[in-house]
Design a protein around this ligand. Structure first.
Ligand code: DX5
Ligand code: ZN
Length: 219
């Protein structure tokens, strides 16, 4: 079975004790810590930015995976890097100069990712593959945790997998939104290798984080 990475999204953590939740998911076996940055503009919800990320950076050594759901990601790239993130993913829908933005992210020493909304096509990504370390397929409309997985995105995951497999270097393929044991399995079968999960790690009544992560990993 191929290796699957689990990236719990702290969007569903308890913000009142965020540091403790980050510590707990780190100890529970999270591979990456997924950071959902929302600006109340590109998406209707508002979360956190560099200062909060910086304040939890020293709690875990796991890679910090910043998912920027913001209209103007270019304006704050340096701040996210200074806050200690390892990967920065921007949205295709709001990044007009994607080639430049991805280049800058890498020049700043981070891995560069692009995320695609459910209604967005892959068009143009074929010109950027060499500059990408991660492709993040949204399987819900971004903005909120706890939404239902959109199966319409599975064929998109498969066609990205085909493209990635033709490359000579690894590019991560992650799926974000509505991931649980069942939809996680479907996503992996379609070709994903990273599962982002909020509710099904943090909000499973009576299930320890370690068990929730293992369930997703082993499907
Ligand atoms: C949605 C975020 C997701 C979200 C996933 O806009 O990008 O990372 O936290 O949450 P669940 O797993 O609850 O759908
Ligand atoms: Zn996310």
């Amino acid at each position: 079975m191929k290796e699957v990475l689990i990236a719990p999204s702290i969007l569903s953590a308890n913000f009142g004790s965020l540091a403790n939740d980050v510590k707990l998911i780190d100890e529970a076996g999270a591979d990456w810590i997924h950071l959902d940055v929302m600006d109340g503009h590109f998406v209707p919800n508002l979360t956190f930015g560099p200062p909060i990320i910086k304040s939890i950076r020293n709690i875990s050594k796991k890679p910090f995976d910043a998912h920027l759901m913001v209209t103007n990601p270019d304006d704050l790239l340096e701040e996210y890097v200074a806050a200690g993130v390892d990967m920065i993913t921007v949205h295709k829908e709001v990044t007009p100069h994607l080639d430049r933005t991805l280049t800058r992210i890498r020049d700043l020493g981070c891995k560069a990712g692009v995320s695609i909304n459910p209604g967005t096509s892959l068009s143009g990504l074929e010109f950027l593959l060499e500059k990408l370390d991660l492709i993040l397929v949204m399987s819900v409309n971004p903005g909120f945790g706890g939404q239902r997985f959109l199966e319409s995105q599975l064929s998109k995951i498969s066609s990205i997998r085909d493209k990635i497999d033709q490359l000579e270097r690894p590019v991560g393929l992650s799926v974000d939104g509505g991931i649980n044991e069942k939809t996680g399995k479907m996503s992996i079968e379609a070709g994903a290798d990273i599962l982002v999960a909020g509710s099904s790690v943090f909000r499973l009544e009576g299930v320890p984080y370690s068990k929730a992560i293992e369930q997703l990993r082993n499907r």
